[in-house]
Design a protein. Structure first.
Length: 85
């Protein structure tokens, strides 16, 4: 789920508040599709916040690209974003 998170330091977007994601449990992989064929019902977030959140996860090294095919990306999860400070 895309959400706003406040950072005192180490902000992945360079601002005090960034779009980031949140999930429960300790995921090993995350699969996402960033197709422009977008409908708010797909992920309950607007597309810009969703894509920004993914970029910020990559910048913070919370996830790293494992494989990309077209608009679909499989990420290897390094850390739960709730544990990123």
């Amino acid at each position: 789920m895309a959400r706003k998170k406040q950072f005192i330091k180490k902000s992945p977007c360079g601002q005090p508040i960034c779009n980031l994601f949140r999930w429960t449990d300790n995921l090993l992989f995350l699969i996402v599709d960033t197709s422009s064929d977008w409908d708010i019902r797909h992920l309950l977030a607007n597309r810009d916040d969703y894509v920004n959140g993914l970029v910020n996860l990559e910048k913070a090294k919370i996830v790293q690209v494992y494989k990309r095919i077209g608009t679909t990306t499989l990420y290897k999860v390094n850390i739960n974003p709730d544990n990123y400070r």
